[in-house]
Design a protein around this ligand. Structure first.
Ligand SMILES: [Zn+2]
Length: 333
């Protein structure tokens, strides 16, 4: 049951703690950290760098745990009127496998990491009935749904429109238009916008409790931070390769502020997540580089390269604790 008081609080945008200094992070010594990523067409060097920074933190803090959320059912307005969800895209499925293989390799090489890393692929995580109920609550409780939409767009919108997008059963495409939720809160409906689909222009429906049947708006990729998973608990610090201070949308709120407001609403005021701006690659050339291209360049294997990234982070924690923008020269020296 959501108390009115907590909903009123949720409508006030939360000012989260943003950490950009690695000394501050080490002093804070969070027990539970998280990182969320979209499985795009490849593992980018920037993703590998953010993961290396999280694993480096686990090495520095033997009691800490990491949760990695792979948002294979994410969407945003920039993906166009219709799109193939990552969960249905062969390139993205390869990316997910590459990430899972990398973590398996890391854990087999370093037994101190054993049992301290949990990886959740969103479409699979939906098979957990508790997590599914948590997600369903995001839109079936009108107060939470309103708080989510206010945080995203500053508008309440129509009460039956929710920031989820069901996947068309005929063509496996979703739409970036928010879906309509049935009055009994059981069915999500949308119109298929894919011109190549036999049901183009027609209304289709999916059951909200069917795992993997719908995409979630990308500000909810971090929703796991507010979900009290058994043995993990709420997230203390969320590592992000994006700048959490970056302003977003018409209301010019920071990304961290919007996320913190959502987490506050979803956790009924329990989540107190801080944001750590993890290292990222700054140069244009390196930004386009996949982790595999980087591997080919250095001549080391995957794990060797990953250790190289951790060593670079380690060196900068020592000499320049506020450094977050890395160049290729930084990584290769
Ligand atoms: Zn379709």
């Amino acid at each position: 049951m959501i108390a009115q008081a907590s909903v009123r609080m949720a409508l006030i945008y939360k000012k989260p703690k943003i950490i950009a200094d690695s000394r501050e992070l080490l002093e804070l010594a969070p027990a539970r950290i998280s990182f969320a990523m979209r499985p795009r067409d490849k593992v980018y060097l920037s993703d590998a760098l953010a993961i290396a920074s999280a694993v480096k933190y686990l090495n520095d803090n033997p009691k800490s745990q990491l949760r990695v959320d792979i948002a294979d059912l994410d969407f945003d307005l920039q993906r166009g009127a219709f799109f193939v969800p990552y969960s249905k895209n062969p390139n993205s499925l390869r990316t997910i496998k590459e990430i899972l293989d990398l973590f398996a390799e890391l854990v087999s090489e370093d037994i101190t990491l054993n049992g301290r890393i949990s990886i959740n692929v969103l479409s699979q995580w939906m098979r957990d009935p508790d997590f599914m109920e948590f997600l369903v609550r995001c839109f079936s409780d009108p107060n939470i749904s309103r708080a989510i939409k206010l945080a995203i767009s500053g508008k309440r919108g129509k009460p039956y429109k929710v920031p989820f997008s069901p996947i068309c059963p005929s063509c496996d495409h979703a739409s970036c238009a928010f879906a309509v939720l049935s009055p009994d809160k059981q069915i999500l409906s949308n119109v298929c916008k894919n011109p190549a689909c036999k049901d183009h222009g027609k209304l289709f429906s999916r059951n909200v409790r069917e795992p993997g049947a719908f995409c979630v708006f990308y500000f909810l990729d971090n929703a796991g931070d507010a979900f009290n998973l058994q043995g993990f608990g709420l997230t203390d610090v969320h590592f992000t390769a994006l700048d959490p201070s970056r302003l977003w949308g018409m209301r010019r709120l920071s990304i961290a502020q919007i996320n913190a407001t959502l987490l506050h609403a979803l956790s009924e005021g329990q989540a107190q997540t801080a944001y750590y701006k993890s290292p990222r690659v700054a140069d244009i050339y390196a930004k386009k580089l996949s982790f595999n291209d980087f591997v080919r360049r250095t001549g080391l294997d995957h794990l060797g390269n990953f250790c190289l990234l951790m060593a670079a982070i380690s060196e900068f924690h020592r000499t320049e604790p506020t450094k977050t923008d890395f160049t290729m020269a930084d990584l290769l020296r």
